[in-house]
Design a protein around this ligand. Structure first.
Ligand code: HEC
Ligand code: HEC
Length: 339
């Protein structure tokens, strides 16, 4: 609506000019300050403006001074560069067809998403005054959940795509976690574990990035090395997870060569979301682990729901019904079967 109204005076101007001239004038003949639309018929300018505004969900005034549309500014200059880039990409790669456009990249946002990540996730958090030091947020969480020496056993269901058929299915789940990165996740035929050094899936030892993914899922976040493994930590801002206000702390994890963005409940101090940003030469891949329904169990606090969301949107949803601390679990359960 706003867009249509703002455009009206210009359309009106065209109607008058079209009546007077036989041949259509070029943009530079009609408008005062044309650099990149030189040689383009003047009737193309306003639809092009509307296209840019729609692709970036911007108003005309976001790029223009409403009193003087010919006045230059930084945003307008950036838009000029983008127009040249778009033409260049299409000339070099698509035989001059209009295949790549503002919309291809921007999709309604001023800052296009250059990373592969689940929908709705935000990586830019609002800066704020009076943030604590990063270590303080880690310490508050650890204090809220309780000590890490205890072995935690939870049972419930895992809802996730089947490895072979990719159909989402629910299976009974047992999840055992001990300090030092040891865990065992058993759901139906699926068995994944780590003894702290070897991480395995079924009978296979895992290598490379998959190890990091499952170590992430197996992480207890209870005062052990999980936070100590982060370096260059900094508070990245305020945000919400669902409706809950959080403070996000970011740090680098050398062991996985990735960046982690940890969201702590502003009120309770509990970790609600661990976002992982893994760089590749083509772009960054983002996944999250969400923790909710924290419940008191034998002196520690335990999330009864854990949701892992991968970059492509696939989810592993763990709904726990029981949780207990069990000191008697043998270390052998964390070892790769067949060892
Ligand atoms: C993303 C930024 C952006 C948005 C949004 C935008 N414009 Fe523009 N506009 C430009 C740029 C860049 C130019 C200069 C083009 C050139 O240099 O050839 C321009 C030029 C113009 C001109 C020519 C001004 C002159 O006399 O030199 C008019 C008129 C205009 N825009 C109208 C609009 C209207 C109406 C809208 C809303 C529908 C709009 N623009 C939205 C970037 C934008
Ligand atoms: C190939 C992808 C791509 C295309 C096509 C593209 N852009 Fe961009 N644009 C970007 C990237 C990447 C940035 C930098 C984003 C950032 O700073 O977060 C950007 C930044 C901008 C900005 C500055 C945003 C800011 O506030 O700093 C403007 C304005 C803009 N683009 C307009 C356009 C317009 C108009 C078009 C179409 C003519 C266009 N872009 C086409 C990728 C693209």
């Amino acid at each position: 609506m706003l867009l249509a109204l703002a455009t009206m005076p210009f359309l009106f101007a065209f109607a008058q000019q079209d009546g007077q001239k036989q041949k259509e004038p070029m943009c530079e003949e009609v408008f005062a300050n044309i650099k990149v639309f030189k040689g383009v018929p003047s009737s193309d300018l306003i639809p092009s403006m509307q296209f840019m505004a729609a692709s970036l969900k911007m108003e005309c005034e976001d790029c223009h001074d409403p009193k003087d549309y010919s006045a230059d500014n930084r945003t307008k200059d950036t838009a000029r560069q983008m127009i040249l880039m778009q033409r260049d990409i299409n000339a070099k790669n698509f035989n001059n067809r209009t295949e790549v456009t503002c919309m291809t990249c921007h999709r309604g946002a001023e800052h296009p998403m250059g990373v592969a990540m689940p929908e709705g996730l935000s990586l830019r958090h609002k800066r704020f005054e009076g943030a604590l030091r990063p270590e303080q947020y880690f310490a508050n969480h650890v204090k809220a959940v309780g000590e890490d020496s205890k072995i935690l056993v939870r049972t419930g269901t895992l809802t996730a795509p089947n490895d072979a058929t990719h159909k989402v299915e629910s299976k009974p789940l047992e999840f055992i976690q001990a300090s030092g990165g040891k865990f065992l996740l058993s759901a139906g035929d699926r068995k994944i574990g780590s003894d702290g050094s070897t991480t395995w899936y079924g009978a296979m030892a895992m290598f490379g990035e998959p190890v990091a993914v499952f170590q992430r899922i197996g992480r207890t976040w209870r005062g052990n090395d999980d936070f100590a493994g982060l370096s260059n930590t900094a508070v990245s801002g305020q945000d919400t997870v669902g409706k809950t206000p959080v403070v996000a702390v970011r740090g680098q994890r050398a062991s996985t060569t990735s960046t982690e963005d940890l969201s702590f409940d502003t009120k309770t101090g509990l970790l609600l979301r661990a976002t992982n940003l893994k760089r590749s030469t083509l772009g960054t891949v983002v996944s999250t682990v969400d923790y909710s329904n924290y419940k008191g169990v034998d002196g520690i606090k335990v999330p009864m729901k854990v949701v892992v969301t991968f970059a492509d949107g696939q989810q592993w949803i763990m709904d726990f019904k029981t949780a207990k601390v069990d000191a008697k679990v043998s270390d052998d359960v964390f070892k790769k079967p067949g060892n």
